[in-house]
Every structure is written in C-alpha cells, then in structure tokens.
Design a protein around this ligand. Structure first.
Ligand SMILES: *Cc1c(COP(=O)(O)O)cnc(C)c1O
Length: 374
C-alpha cells in the first residue's frame, strides 16, 4: 500500500493538447512547433507533457540540459529532441547514442562533436545559437560567419539550423523584437542558402504577438501550459480564454479551530486576530512550492469561497481564515491553484502577489508535489 500526500497537483492532458492545437493555429499549421519541456515540463512533468503534445502531433521537443534530453529519449519518446544550453565535452557521445540535436555556441563544443562524429562514422546536424539581443547565451551576430566557417570546416558536422531568442516578445509594442528579428534575418539568409539551415527564434510571446517571427519553426513553452507570457497584461491580448491552464493544486484541511481575538498566528506572530476567528490549518508550505512570499497575502478556495492566508507560511503548513463559512471541517478540499465552484485562482494571481511570473509558480508547485494526470 502506498500512502499519498494530502497535496496533489493535477495536470490536464486535454488542456495541454488544446493549447498545442491553439498554438499550431496561431503559428500557421504548416510551421513546425517545438514544445519546450525543460524544467520538467514547466512543472507539468517532462515525459507526460511531451507524450501529450506528441499525441497532438508534435514532433520536436526542447530541453535545456543534456541530462533532460537523455531522460526524455529513454522514456521512449520519438521525434527530434533539442538540447539548448550545451553540454560538457565528455558527454558528447550521448548525442549519438540517443539521437539528440545539439545547439552549439562554442568552437570547443563543435570540435568535440566533430571528433565523436568521426569516431562513429556518422555525421551530426547542429544548430547554432546566436545572440541577437537577448544578452544571454549565443554567438554575437558579427562573429557568426567566422564561427560558421570554422564549424563547417570540421568533419562530420552539418549546420542544420540556427536559432535565437527574444527578450521582450511578450510585449506587442517591443522594439527589441523587431530589431532582433532583423538581425536574425541577416544571419539566417546566408546560412539558409549555404547549408539549407532552418531558422527559429519565436517563443510563446512571439507566436502570440508577432506573426512575422515564425521563420521555419517556432518554440513555445508557457502558452502550451495555458498562460500568456505577459501574465495578466496578456489577458488583454489573447482575451478569449482560449489558452487553458493545465495545472491545478489542492490539499485538505487538517485542523479547524475557533480562536479568540488577539491570537498571534504562526512564526513571528505577523498576524494577530482582531475578532474571534475560525482558523483552518493546511498541510502546505514553502517546501511544497507554496512560497513564503504568500504569507499574509495568499488566498485559497474553501467551499467555493476565497479565504485569506493568515500569518507566515511555514515549511509544511499554513493557516487560512474560514470564519463565516458554514460547516468547514477536517478533510474538506482546499484549492490553492485552479477552480473550485465558480471561483478560480491561476498562476498569474499567485505570481502577481509574489512579484514573479507564472513560469516560476508552475515550476515550484509542479516539481514539489505528486502529480496526477487527468
Ligand atoms: C524556454 C525557452 C523557450 C520558450 O519560452 P516561452 O516564453 O515559455 O514560450 C523558447 N526558446 C528557448 C531557447 C527557451 O529556453
């Protein structure tokens, strides 16, 4: 017999597939869509999410690290798997063993792959990462042609793609998106004609806001999980409820008690009751990804009503005020993310309180709780 936690993340495969379909529509059905499943599928489970997208017709998947890609391939997933942030030299063989696609940004990595390609007697296609304004990983545009000449002179390597990333595509008025696309276009032009390379730069924000960024493939993450990258502000852009949040998170009440006015709640007594209060204790804390930043400002759903978190969030527990709600008792369901009755709390609500983004909320809740798939 296995004993389950009180706390449970539910992930809807139907929602994942709905979002994949929607993104396919938005990016033009003929443009391949790479599903980003890094960070354990943004907390939704890398393997399960990839399988759901695969059932919807997805053939390309992106992760950050090589170890993620190996795990994904070992799960039996077919299709292209891209490793977007590189690898250590000793691990270069794994790209051949598991048929993975490396994204490279250094001569060293190119040489290591080339040596292994020669040893295996098998050429490998690489994608080159260019930094067209993100200010993060990649070769600068003006250094790209020199890099490309070097890479293309190495035996066993084929330049099959070039990619970049946008820093502000969640904002439809962003100048950096247009500027990045222009720089990317210059790099792509030559690589397409010389090597038949495919070009890809669009993330969720670009797919939703900038139709002209699609190029030969798009790479979407957050929108596949049901959120606009701009958070609340994005609602105004999509605004048709067509993206469906795939994750919900719930727990059960473990104690209910009546306490008098003037009672301090939790560590530091940062909340003192100002009236007789019915307090419910929940077995959820920052260890479960319910951030301590939600102390005295979080809200949860009990009996379909939104109730406030009182006092500090502890490691494994937190308290909510259920005064005035009839018949609240131990074992009652509490929703911390998702719908209950007519009310809903989404990852943007939590992110706003935490001065963060839905991405972080989803990763933390998803990756610190048991997940079940519906
Ligand atoms: C995570 C990631 C994406 C997806 O970004 P979203 O904003 O989640 O759509 C695209 N490309 C790269 C390289 C990434 O790392």
């Amino acid at each position: 017999m296995t004993v389950e936690s009180y706390n449970c993340v539910r992930v809807s495969r139907t929602a994942l597939q709905n979002n994949f379909e929607l993104l396919k529509e938005k990016s033009g059905q003929t443009v391949p869509l790479m599903a980003m499943v890094k960070a354990d599928g943004y907390g939704h489970g890398m393997v399960e999410s990839a399988r759901a997208f695969s059932k919807g017709g997805c053939r390309s998947f992106g992760v950050a690290e090589l170890c993620e890609a190996v795990a994904l391939r070992k799960s039996g997933l077919l299709g292209d798997i891209y490793v977007t942030i590189g690898f250590r030299g000793d691990d270069a063989d794994l790209f051949f063993e598991y048929q993975l696609i490396p994204v490279i940004y250094s001569v060293t990595a190119a040489e290591q792959l080339s040596a292994r390609a020669v040893a295996h007697g098998r050429a490998i296609g690489v994608h080159i990462k260019v930094d067209t304004g993100m200010g993060r990983l990649g070769i600068l545009p003006h250094e790209t042609m020199e890099f490309v000449s070097l890479v293309s002179s190495l035996p066993g390597l084929k330049i099959s793609g070039v990619m970049s990333h946008f820093p502000e595509s969640d904002d439809p008025t962003s100048v950096s998106t247009k500027e990045g696309l222009r720089k990317f276009g210059q790099v792509c032009g030559e690589l397409k004609t010389r090597f038949g390379a495919i070009c890809h730069i669009a993330n969720s924000g670009a797919v939703l806001n900038f139709a002209d960024t699609r190029c030969d493939m798009v790479r979407a993450g957050i929108a596949l999980y049901g959120y606009h990258p701009a958070g609340r502000a994005g609602d105004r852009i999509v605004n048709d409820g067509s993206l469906i949040p795939a994750m919900s998170y719930s727990t059960q009440i473990i104690q209910v008690k009546k306490i008098p006015a003037g009672t301090g709640i939790s560590y530091g007594h940062t909340f003192i009751t100002n009236r007789e209060t019915i307090l419910a204790v929940l077995p959820v804390g920052y260890e479960d990804g319910y951030s301590r930043g939600l102390s005295n400002c979080g809200e949860v759903l009990v009996h379909g009503v939104s109730v406030p978190v009182r006092g500090r969030i502890c490691m494994n527990m937190c308290m909510v005020d259920v005064t005035g709600i009839d018949g609240v008792s131990v074992g009652d369901e509490v929703v911390l993310l998702g719908k209950q009755g007519k009310r809903q709390i989404d990852a943007d609500d939590l992110a706003d309180k935490l001065d963060s983004i839905s991405y972080e909320v989803l990763c933390k809740l998803g990756n610190n709780n048991n997940r079940i798939y519906t």
